[in-house]
Design a protein around this ligand. Structure first.
Ligand SMILES: [Zn+2]
Length: 402
């Protein structure tokens, strides 16, 4: 009644009331309907800490965390690949066994969190699970493993992790391992791509239906994987080197090759992969990250370094890339290939953050930016979850066809 009255009095006012922001309204509608999936969530790092409960809502401003079930729900984030992450350590039999024990402890922790909250979340191992959980209004928890180090030198471990729910492995992290070369090992290449064992790892992943993740690996590892794989592969959290020239990002040729293989690149929101930082900022960040990579750090050391990192990013806050900068990477992939080969893997809780997106509760801003640029509901649905689910299905199918 009031609206009608306002319309009679002042048509413009009525328009303002009902059509507050058409972009936001349209984006909210599309976002609510689409299956929204992010392929790289480092929340298990927090889950392994005493006192962090993934079922409780946290505040980014207070503790710097970016993911929990309530904030996923707030952001309309239907599912995430929780990363069983392990920074590369020594490659001895003893260290490999320790890595395996730690990896299994992370799997246990994630399974436990979901078991404790069956009304809020469920484990997903297939696209069917994800769509079912979306319908039930629950968060889908997928498993990815960042760094193949816990595979050690034993292919049987892959089947064991698969049975735990694992559906992708990032072959390496920041350093070379027994599987392949990393894009960022300070000592340069060691195998010139995949090792002989790495080839067996890719074949076994294909056989089981675990997606091969080529984020972090060197360019030559990428091309070796593409030559060998029987299923489409993913980059779970990588951006475009043409827009931000760092070895961790993919070249245009790699992106086109990935698309030719039927795979998908999931855009990473780590600021230094979205937009090249000023040199002084880059150097100070590098110095801190290098210190953080030491394996013999005490809890006090770790806390101190985390504080140092936080102070440093505060200093450069105004230079932080925006959601639009990150969406430029999505658009770049679409222009190079098509809308079928790009998705989102923000690396939240692992360094991902842009202006306007502090945590997972704010991901609608990405959808808004896509709507603003004229992308259709169909396109956005592919970007948010359709593409990655297609690739997961393809990996499953390839495993079944011998
Ligand atoms: Zn990573």
């Amino acid at each position: 009644m009031k609206k009608i009255l306002a319309f009679l009095v002042c048509p413009l006012l009525a328009f303002a009331q009902t059509e507050q922001d058409p972009v936001k309204e349209k984006a909210a509608r599309i976002h609510a309907k689409a299956l929204v999936i992010d392929t790289h969530a480092d929340v298990p790092i927090n889950m392994m800490k005493d006192g962090f409960d993934v079922a409780l809502e946290h505040d980014y401003e207070k503790d710097g965390t970016q993911i929990d079930f309530p904030r996923m729900e707030k952001g309309g984030m239907d599912g995430m690949f929780f990363a069983v992450y392990m920074g590369q350590g020594r490659r001895t039999a003893v260290a490999n066994a320790e890595a395996k024990t730690k990896a299994l402890a992370i799997f246990d922790k994630i399974h436990e969190a979901v078991r404790l909250h069956p009304d809020v979340a469920g484990i997903a191992i297939s696209s069917k699970d994800a769509y079912r959980l979306q319908k039930q209004g629950k968060r889908a928890v997928f498993f990815g493993m960042e760094n193949g180090w816990p595979i050690g030198n034993d292919l049987n471990n892959l089947k064991m992790y698969y049975d735990q729910g694992l559906r992708y492995v990032t072959l390496s992290h920041s350093a070379n391992n027994d599987i392949c070369d990393s894009s960022t090992d300070p000592d340069g290449p060691e195998h010139n791509g995949l090792s002989v064992f790495g080839e067996e790892v890719v074949k076994e992943m294909n056989r089981l239906g675990i997606m091969v993740d080529i984020s972090h690996v060197s360019d030559s590892t990428f091309y070796d994987v593409i030559r060998l794989t029987k299923a489409p592969v993913i980059a779970s959290h990588s951006s475009c080197r043409a827009l931000c020239d760092v070895p961790r990002n993919m070249t245009d040729d790699m992106i086109k090759t990935l698309a030719g293989n039927g795979g998908v690149i999931q855009i990473n929101f780590v600021p230094s992969f979205v937009k090249k930082p000023a040199q002084d900022q880059e150097l100070s960040m590098k110095a801190i990250r290098l210190k953080m990579r030491q394996t013999d750090l005490s809890e006090a050391d770790k806390k101190e370094l985390a504080a140092e990192l936080k102070a440093n990013s505060k200093k450069y806050e105004k230079d932080l890339p925006t959601v639009a900068d990150a969406v430029n990477h999505i658009e770049h992939v679409i222009k190079l290939t098509s809308v079928d080969h790009v998705g989102i893997g923000m690396d939240l809780d692992g360094g991902g953050r842009v202006q306007g997106l502090n945590d997972v509760s704010e991901v609608r801003t990405i959808t808004e930016e896509l709507v603003r640029r004229g992308y259709s509901e169909k396109d956005i649905t592919k970007i948010w979850g359709g593409n990655i689910m297609r690739v997961l299905n393809a990996a499953e199918k390839a495993a079944q066809t011998k």
